[in-house]
Design a protein around this ligand. Structure first.
Ligand code: PMP
Length: 411
């Protein structure tokens, strides 16, 4: 394996990911679809196995030993997540089903409390559908107005346009930290500062940021921050909504049910404290434990090491792919995470995806749940390779050869 400039023992890391050792269509798997979901290390899989074999019980309800142990483990997981994003309080960390769940929670609760007819919500052109549709639904219900920050041809937000969109009517600004389609890392700190100066609240979609870069919610000073466990080496079906204590305390509950209440009578129900007020019903307990195990794993490698290594992979792949005739990279922002979206003149991306799948290589093709962004570039979709810290330059070499082979067949 080629030495990297960073202290990352990828050979050893790969041993922790059982799936990376399987074959697909008779070839060693090369997994470049990390933007869709990441693979899971043994350390996460073991936690899930152990939980169901030895620890399974419901939380916050029983006085028996198993229930208390499960409750302690779940609340410890919350603290691991709190530290990971540097939230001030553990009760500012709300377990959800994922980024989509988190955004819908804010749209519902924040929407009820703060959005009225004529109010404005600002999103960006590069949002994932999960950070578009809930706001469209809210705007329709409340007769509020959705405004969209435009981008340039490189896939960067036009900050001057954003400033022009801000007004006393702006109630919420919500943008993605990192674009899943373009890889653009948005200047969220500046966006938050500008939005706050205009008196707006801010939600950041961190689904693609948290797996690849250090996120400090206090330093960012955002009001809400959403992300998913499965994109950061944890299980599916679990995610986080971070919210500032004072803001969450003022919001009405999202869903009603067990755990989110203090007392219930047929005449009146009183609600539980944070974070339970927003966590109705039995949660994905093992998901929370698995997510904490994934964070422990990432912490062991070091997020700055991960970021630096992935950057190196991105640069390496970008240089190589640029040498292939007819390739057009979609997303050339100055500040990019390890996502490489591309098109080849005259070829449909799904044809490329299908051929290289036969060679054991998994990439994503399509609109990546960002249809308005595809419309902005006037393209139906892209082929997308997205890298994680367990990928290697050798895999990129194999991918480039496979791509060249596919193009010869298709052109
Ligand atoms: N936002 C972004 C930027 C994403 O990439 C994704 C997943 N592709 C989501 C939101 C939605 O995440 P989930 O499906 O885990 O809720």
């Amino acid at each position: 394996m080629e030495a990297t400039t960073y202290k990352l023992n990828v050979e050893e890391i790969r041993k922790d990911f059982p799936i990376l050792h399987r074959q697909v269509n008779g070839k060693p798997l090369i997994y470049f679809d990390n933007g869709a979901t990441s693979q899971k290390p043994r350390q996460v899989i073991d936690v899930i196995n152990r939980y169901y074999q030895h620890e399974n019980s419901n939380i916050h309800r029983g006085i028996h030993t198993l229930s208390q142990e499960a409750t302690d483990a779940y609340e410890k997981a919350r603290k691991t997540i709190q530290q990971f994003i540097n939230a001030q309080h553990h009760h500012e960390v709300i377990f959800t089903s994922g980024t989509t769940g988190s955004v819908n929670l804010v749209a519902s609760s924040f929407g009820k409390k703060h959005i009225q007819a004529g109010d404005e919500i600002i999103i960006s052109t590069m949002e994932h559908h999960s950070n578009i549709v809930p706001w469209q639904m809210l705007c329709e219900e409340k007769k509020a107005i959705l405004k969209v920050i435009p981008i340039n041809d490189k896939g960067e937000l036009l900050m001057e346009e954003f400033k022009r969109l801000l007004s006393p009517k702006t109630k919420l600004v919500t943008v993605t930290h990192v674009s899943n389609t373009l890889g653009t890392i948005n200047p969220v700190k500046e966006i938050i500062k500008l939005a706050k100066a205009a008196g707006a609240f801010v939600l950041i979609d961190g689904a693609q940021a948290v797996p690849h870069t250090k996120v400090d919610v206090q330093e960012l000073d955002c009001d809400f921050y959403a992300f998913s466990g499965h994109k950061m080496f944890g299980p599916t079906g679990v995610g986080i909504l971070y919210g500032k204590e004072a803001i969450l305390n003022e919001l009405p509950p999202y869903q009603g049910g067990g755990d989110m209440i203090k007392t219930v009578t047929f005449e009146k129900t009183t609600y539980n404290e944070l974070p339970h007020k927003f966590e109705a019903g039995t949660p994905n307990i093992v998901g929370g434990l698995g997510l904490a195990a994934a964070i422990d794993y990432m912490n062991k490698i070091g997020i700055t090491n991960i970021e630096a290594y992935e950057h190196e992979l991105l640069n390496y792949a970008t240089e190589k792919i640029k040498k292939i005739e007819g390739v057009r990279i979609i997303g050339e922002a100055a500040n990019k995470a390890s996502v490489l979206s591309f098109l080849v003149d005259g070829i449909h991306p799904s044809d490329i995806g299908m051929i290289i799948d036969k060679l054991g290589i998994a990439i994503r093709t399509g609109h990546h749940c960002t249809e308005p962004l595809m419309n902005r570039f006037d393209i139906p979709g892209t082929a997308r390779a997205s890298f994680a810290f367990y990928n290697t330059k050798e895999e990129i070499d194999t991918f480039i050869l496979a791509l060249e082979r596919a193009l010869k067949m298709l052109l």
